[in-house]
Design a protein around this ligand. Structure first.
Ligand code: F0G
Length: 470
């Protein structure tokens, strides 16, 4: 049975531009990142009608009517005291730099954003960089940075009249999309690689009511299939190819600058998978710089897992000219991506901010994750690449000890409990050459008889071990 057309009148087999976002919004336009063609609406595959490359959203009005930096800063500050639903969102609070809501339109929001910026004293000591911070996007409503983009993209999906939204995912996008779809009265279709995403993320999609398909392929295969699907069925794609997602994710960087009192850090370090987030952060930095919200640009650097290092290789082997795809393999399943869709956008922002791309090993990721956990913060494995990468960048003298560094932690510790439990039980990487370094970070659960004596002995032993370490 064919899927019904959506209320915007887009028929299922029409591959011509079909999605409506932008049509009645004079505030922004779509621009192709390659041929720079401008358009008011985008096709369902969010690709340029002329050359097929990715689109980005631009705000032509800023040229004639440039938003005033001081005015924006004070408006954003004031909205923090407001009880209005839109102001309570840490994304829509910055709506002046986003595609605008129509009058009377409610955003689909779960009060996303508003995430903490933590000091990292222990990791600072480990890396020798005293001014080290973590912007924890894992503190978003569904536990990952995806929520900041999803509130914007889901809102525009609903405005465009779609009933169905869909994504390919390594887990977090699907959890976030399913939640926002449910909140907005939309149906959601999730395509995830079978057996390769954490149960925790899968459970979220199921509970939020998504139609969840575990496909016998990897993430790249899921994304390829989704790209075809949107040309044949009236579903609105919510992957980060959708430029509305990146607009929402920009607010991470705006909120970060506000938290730093608009004093630019020297470095921002972010994990790289499909490369939407680094592109969004970079876009925000360039826009804030252009609008005079910040006076200089931080260096934005991307860290990848060695087994999923497409951007790293693309830069090394082709100078960023052609994508080098890889067959991805890493236990940091969130970034197990070999054919990143937004690689060109990422190359552009790295060049524009003078950042670099580095790769880290599975052992380095596991170690960094345990170190972030020991701060009382924690994160999922993909986020820990940032600390592992920082260590390398310090060694290479790309980051100096007197500089201010912000790590972007993208996912909550609870997103992948299996990894953490396997690590602490000593099951993960037990054969590795560096097992000793890892062993000192492992905190296995201790099974005891339920007696006072047994617990006191355990306490004493733990004290002794602590003293021996010092
Ligand atoms: N960290 C986490 C926790 C992620 O879930 C992802 C991507 C990334 C980093 C990489 O971000 O793709 O913008 O470069 N997860 C996607 C997903 C692909 O489907 O959840 P990116």
């Amino acid at each position: 049975m064919p899927l019904p057309t959506n209320s915007a009148g887009n028929s299922a087999n029409n591959s011509a531009p079909a999605s409506r976002p932008g049509v009645n919004s004079p505030g922004f336009r779509f621009r192709c990142i390659a041929c720079r063609d401008l358009s008011d609406s985008a096709g369902q595959n969010f690709r340029c009608a002329q050359c097929g490359d990715l689109l980005e959203i631009i705000y032509p009005g800023w040229k004639e009517n440039r938003p005033d930096a001081e005015h924006l800063k004070s408006a954003w500050q004031k909205r923090r005291l407001s009880g209005d639903v839109t102001d309570l969102s840490g994304v829509w609070r910055f709506r002046d730099l986003l595609p605008s809501l129509e009058s009377g339109e409610q955003a689909i929001t779960l009060r996303e954003g508003n995430t903490p910026l933590y000091e990292m004293p222990q990791c600072a000591r480990i890396t020798g960089v005293p001014r080290l911070f973590a912007k924890h996007q894992g503190m978003n409503p569904t536990g990952s940075f995806k929520d900041t983009g999803m509130t914007v993209a889901a809102t525009f999906a609903r405005r465009a009249g779609f009933r169905w939204v869909a994504c390919a995912s390594t887990g977090n996008t699907s959890a976030s999309m399913a939640a926002y779809a449910a909140r907005g009265g939309l149906r959601s279709l999730v395509l995830v690689p079978e057996g390769r995403i954490s149960w925790s993320k899968l459970s979220q999609a199921l509970d939020y009511g998504a139609v969840t398909c575990q496909l016998r392929t990897d993430f790249d295969g899921c994304l390829r299939l989704l790209q075809e699907l949107v040309l044949h069925a009236p579903v609105y794609q919510l992957n980060s190819i959708n430029p509305f997602r990146l607009e929402g994710q920009k607010t991470l960087a705006i909120e970060l600058m506000e938290q730093l009192d608009w004093k630019t850090p020297d470095h921002i370090i972010v994990p790289g998978g499909n490369l939407g987030n680094s592109s969004a952060i970079g876009k925000a930095l360039l826009e804030m710089h252009e609008l005079g919200l910040i006076s200089r640009l931080p260096k934005l650097s991307v860290i990848q897992a060695e087994g999923a290092n497409a951007l790293y290789r693309t830069l090394r082997e082709t100078g960023g000219k052609n994508l080098v795809s890889v067959q991805a393999e890493t236990r940091a399943t969130a970034i197990r991506i070999g054919n990143p869709a937004s690689w060109k956008k990422a190359v552009h922002v790295l060049e524009a901010t003078a950042g670099v791309c580095e790769q880290v090993s599975e052992i380095e990721i596991a170690q960094a994750k345990a170190e972030i956990g020991a701060e009382g913060i924690g994160c999922e494995p993909a986020s820990a690449v940032t600390l592992a990468g920082l260590k390398k960048l310090v060694k290479q003298k790309f980051v100096r000890p007197d500089e201010t560094v912000v790590l972007v932690l993208t996912g909550n510790l609870l997103k992948d409990p299996d990894y953490t439990i396997e690590f602490h039980r000593g099951e993960l990487f037990k054969e590795s050459e560096n097992a000793n370094t890892l062993n000192s970070l492992r905190r296995p659960p201790i099974i005891l008889d339920a007696t006072l004596d047994a617990v006191i002995r355990t306490l004493e032993q733990a004290e002794k071990q602590q003293r021996e370490k010092l």
